[in-house]
Design a protein around this ligand. Structure first.
Ligand code: AP5
Length: 283
């Protein structure tokens, strides 16, 4: 079971890493952006409403996105976990998500923040290409042999997303700073946040994500990480943890393991303490 939120600026690699986690653990990626793009592509009423906001780099209305997320999480494949990619994106959405997860008794295990420098974000977004058929994400810096999608020979055309134009990228980053960044503090206070250094080779980032998703400390970062108390001691400890979350010009070199407490109080203890033991060995 893995119930996580991926937080991070546009281009930080949320989609890329979510797809890899999904492929390895069979937990569905639930991407608000993909759900919206699908609605746009199908020309639904909702898609038509969302398109203008998306093309301009603004957020789509909370109500529309919540409806999509609610429907997606009600499908059977999400009963055993989910990787929320791009949702929530502001304080209202975080509150709505908390209520929804309470209702369906699926408390969050963790929120993983992918930390990437601004210039890297801009370079990545400008170079991103996606498969027009399956949505797999690529980059012009690192295209598969032949320059087309490697999922299936029938796939082919790699396209640029309309919102990956330079002027829209700037707007999206601005919206992230104003509306989404405050969620870092929010989830940090709830003891759910883990920051993952999001730069470097895909496999290295994935290894860090995987370890964080499974509740461990990445091996490479262990020596720098603060020692944390065993769970049993944590429960008794009266001292409050405080975690800092501030804007950085450099990606995180260390990961802070924070005291994990309940976002939804229902069955939090059983969902986390039973599972958060040793991370699975990387295959
Ligand atoms: P959405 O699709 O969610 O876009 P985003 O959050 O802006 O994130 P991106 O998809 O741009 O980036 P990513 O972090 O997934 O990076 P990726 O893995 O692709 O949202 C689009 C729009 O929909 C929003 O602007 C908004 O209008 C609307 N929307 C969505 N959710 C909403 C919500 N909750 N509320 C309201 N509106 C909402 O990677 C980027 C590139 O970097 C790729 O080319 C990849 O190959 C490359 N890359 C990744 N990792 C590495 C690495 N380690 N090294 C080198 N390159 C890398």
């Amino acid at each position: 079971m893995m119930r996580i939120v991926l937080l991070g600026a546009p281009g930080s690699g949320k989609g890329t890493q979510a797809q890899r986690l999904q492929a390895k653990y069979g937990v569905p990626q639930v991407s608000s952006g993909d759900l919206l793009r699908d609605a746009v592509a199908r020309g639904t009423e909702l898609g038509l409403k969302a398109k203008a906001a998306m093309d301009a780099g603004h957020l789509v209305s909370d109500e529309i996105v919540l409806g999509l997320i609610r429907e997606r999480l009600s499908r059977s494949d999400a009963a055993q976990g989910f990787i929320l990619d791009g949702y929530p994106r502001n304080a209202q959405q975080a509150t709505a998500l908390n209520a929804l997860l309470d209702e369906i008794r699926q408390p969050l295990d963790a929120v993983l923040l992918l930390d990437v420098r601004r210039q890297t974000l801009i370079d990545r977004l400008a170079g991103r290409r996606v498969c027009s058929k399956c949505g797999k994400v690529f980059n012009i810096a690192n295209l598969p042999a032949g320059g087309s999608c490697d999922v299936d020979p029938s796939h082919g055309l790699l396209i640029q997303r309309p919102d990956d134009k330079e002027e829209v990228i700037a707007k999206r980053l601005e919206v992230y700073e104003a509306q989404t960044r405050p969620l870092i503090e929010h989830y940090s206070r709830l003891g759910l946040l883990t920051t993952v250094a999001g730069e470097g080779p895909f496999e290295d980032v994935f290894a860090r994500m995987e370890t964080a998703a499974l509740g461990g400390t990445p091996t490479a970062l262990k020596k720098n990480a603060k020692r944390t108390q065993p769970t049993a001691l944590k429960k008794k400890a009266k001292t409050k943890f405080k975690t800092k979350s501030k804007a950085k010009s450099k990606p995180a070199k260390t990961k802070k393991t924070t005291k994990r407490k309940s976002a939804n109080k229902t069955d939090r203890k059983s969902s986390i303490s039973a599972k958060r033991k040793k991370p699975a060995r990387k295959k």
